[in-house]
Design a protein around this ligand. Structure first.
Ligand code: ADP
Ligand code: MG
Length: 248
């Protein structure tokens, strides 16, 4: 689903935020991007959103080199990615419900669809009963839940969460990750950036470790060839390409 192929990002001030990064994320994975502040986590996510371009190397999303994507295709790319960024603030004079309704309104949904979808999304993130509270009336964890619900309004194939637990204590953080994990179980690929090593170590999920712009560790386990992955019979010779099992 996402491939980084020797990606380097040097900003115009000559600062290199990411250097020679190569990894692959498959559809349905849950991946933590872990690293201290300034290690390049947000830059990595911004590259996938085509919010910035690599200086060298390629970023592929669904097989497409997004560096080559014409500008008019960018909104379409972003529509497939739900992004819950720390600095995508909620609108303070709108309730939880209204914040989500706004995201759905942009997608040109009818009023009826908006009400039913926003209600369902708030229920999914555990905020039933708090729909009509304003951000100032919600706890930090609840605000993150609204932000995640708003990202899900796009019905994305990929969900980004950039430091969703940044301002939360451990007791509030773990349930947020459990929520992301549930979303992942339902089929959405999830990428979560965080500096909190102790927190992510409580979960047995893949970790990409960044340090000063370098990928210093990837805990992805190499898949063993499983018996059930093998074809029962010889694939049709005309279709060998498409019917062959994916081996990795
Ligand atoms: P993280 O999200 O891990 O804290 P970032 O990806 O935001 O790290 O930033 C990585 C490094 O790149 C930081 O040192 C930051 O100052 C630098 N950086 C980020 N954006 C820019 C930019 N637009 N211009 C110059 N330097 C930048
Ligand atoms: Mg960041």
């Amino acid at each position: 689903m996402i491939t980084f192929d020797k990606v380097t990002k040097t900003f115009p001030n000559q600062f290199t935020a990411l250097e020679d990064i190569t990894f692959e994320i498959e559809p349905g994975e849950f991946v933590f991007v872990l690293g201290p502040s300034g290690s390049g986590k947000t830059t990595l996510l911004r590259l996938i959103l085509r919010d910035t371009r690599p200086t060298s190397g390629r970023v592929l999303v669904a097989g497409q080199d997004i560096g080559l994507l014409p500008n008019k295709e960018i909104p379409n790319l972003r529509r497939q990615i739900g992004a819950a960024f720390q600095d995508f603030k909620l609108i303070m004079d709108k309730t939880a419900f209204e914040n989500i309704a706004l995201a759905l309104d942009i997608l040109k949904k009818t009023d009826r669809e908006i009400t039913s979808t926003a209600t369902k999304l708030l229920e999914k993130v555990g905020l039933s009963g708090k729909e009509h509270l304003f951000p100032t009336q919600l706890s930090g964890g609840e605000i993150q839940r609204v932000t995640i619900a708003r990202a899900l309004a796009l019905d994305p194939v990929l969900l980004f969460a950039d430091e969703p637990t940044g301002n939360l204590d451990n007791q509030t953080s773990a349930p947020i990750i459990n929520l992301l994990s549930d979303i992942n179980q339902a089929g959405t690929t999830v990428i979560m950036a965080t500096h909190d090593r102790d927190l992510v170590n409580q979960f047995s999920k893949r970790q990409l470790h960044l340090d000063q712009g370098k990928l210093v560790k990837d805990t992805k386990k190499k898949k063993k060839a499983k018996k059930e992955d093998k074809p029962d019979k010889k694939p049709d010779h005309k279709n060998t390409e498409s019917t062959a099992p994916q081996t990795k």
